[in-house]
Design a protein around this ligand. Structure first.
Ligand code: NAD
Ligand code: MLT
Length: 310
């Protein structure tokens, strides 16, 4: 049986597939047309966020039995099309939780202390100590939208920084939140009270452009906004307008609605905009975790007929 790997997967994962007697075809960076051709003969496919498995591509697969995401988000897989064909879809949600949470904190610190801008200025030969006056995180209110795996770790770490943490998550009980020392509030209250807002929800119909012009208008003047979850949760045009007007004092995006974004993306022209190219899960530790988990799950299913979701 053949497993197609279309996004980078560490050798630790590839070895597990090969040891189990599966043929591995690594084809990173395929165009949709090339992917349609390559998937035809595959029994399994392992992807990250770079591969879009649309209905058309899934329909082209003649033998596909399993799709495994070496990571969390399944928004790049047409789940309905996969279900129609009886294809099992798996992800490895826990393996990169800590890395994504730590990257969220990195973005928060970077914004609060102007780290990227100050570094660029210094490397350009300037010494601008006055320009880069930062702000402390201690005592500030952090509003977390989505108190799941990553949101909870961010909450715990932020409390260690002596921040007040409030959250909005309609699927978490107030009791569970209070066990974490987090106050559960409505979305409007979160907008009104937070100094920094970070989103950790999946991208779905309900969360597409969750942060939009209307929500920015409800936020505190000078709020900082972070999206280390999924592109499309924040309306980038509305964010640009809110930053231009000064309503939002800084924003940090790890993810974009279109990846990679166009080089002339309007947000890139703003000095108080911090960004990274979808690096939330890009640590050695997380990549090892998800490579091993995804490969083991595919082997369990294709070789032993067992469905497991780590
Ligand atoms: P999770 O499923 O554990 O948590 C998501 C939380 O969002 C849940 O508690 C759920 O109740 C809540 N939620 C759902 N709909 C909501 C809504 N409308 N409003 C408020 N809350 C809502 O997921 P996770 O593992 O914490 O991942 C969170 C996000 O981070 C996902 O979008 C995932 O794809 C993304 N992610 C990004 C990276 C990266 O590289 N930047 C890495 C890992 C995960
Ligand atoms: C995820 O959802 O797990 C992330 O996007 C991580 C990734 O695949 O890079």
């Amino acid at each position: 049986m053949k497993v197609l790997v279309t996004d980078p997967l560490l050798p630790e994962g590839l070895e597990i597939l090969k040891k189990a007697g599966l043929e591995v075809e690594e084809r990173v960076g395929l165009s949709p047309e090339e992917l349609k051709e390559a998937i035809r003969e595959a029994d399994g496919i392992i992807i990250r966020s770079g591969t879009k498995l649309t209905a058309e591509i899934i329909e082209a697969a003649e033998r596909l039995k399993v799709i495994a995401r070496a990571g969390t988000g399944l928004d790049n897989v047409d789940l309905e099309a996969a279900s129609r064909r009886g294809i099992v879809v798996m992800n490895c949600p826990g393996g990169n939780t800590n890395s994504a949470a730590e990257h969220t904190l990195a973005l928060m610190f970077a914004m609060a202390r102007n780290v990227p801008q100050a570094m660029a200025s210094l490397k350009a030969g300037r010494w601008e100590r006055k320009k880069f006056l930062g702000r402390e995180l201690m005592g500030k209110t952090l509003g977390i939208i989505g108190l799941g795996r990553i949101g909870s770790v961010v909450a715990e770490r932020a409390q260690g920084l002596k921040m007040k943490v409030i959250a909005y998550d309609p699927y978490v009980t107030p009791e569970r939140a209070s066990e974490m020392g987090v106050e559960l509030v409505s979305l409007d209250e979160l907008y009104a009270r937070s100094d920094i807002i970070t989103v950790h929800v999946p991208l779905m119909k309900e969360t597409y452009h969750l942060l939009n012009a209307e929500s920015f208008a409800k936020m505190k003047d000078g709020v900082l906004v972070i999206n280390c979850a999924r592109g499309g949760i924040v309306d980038e045009r509305a964010l640009y307008e809110a930053m231009k007007s000064g309503k939002v004092a800084g924003a940090a995006l790890d993810v974009f609605e279109k990846e990679p974004p166009d080089p002339d993306h309007p947000l890139f022209s703003l000095e108080n905009f911090v960004c990274t190219p979808h690096l939330g899960a890009s640590t050695l530790e997380a990549q090892k975790n998800v490579a091993v988990a995804a490969a083991s799950q595919v082997v369990d299913f294709l070789v032993h007929g067992v469905v497991r979701n780590a």
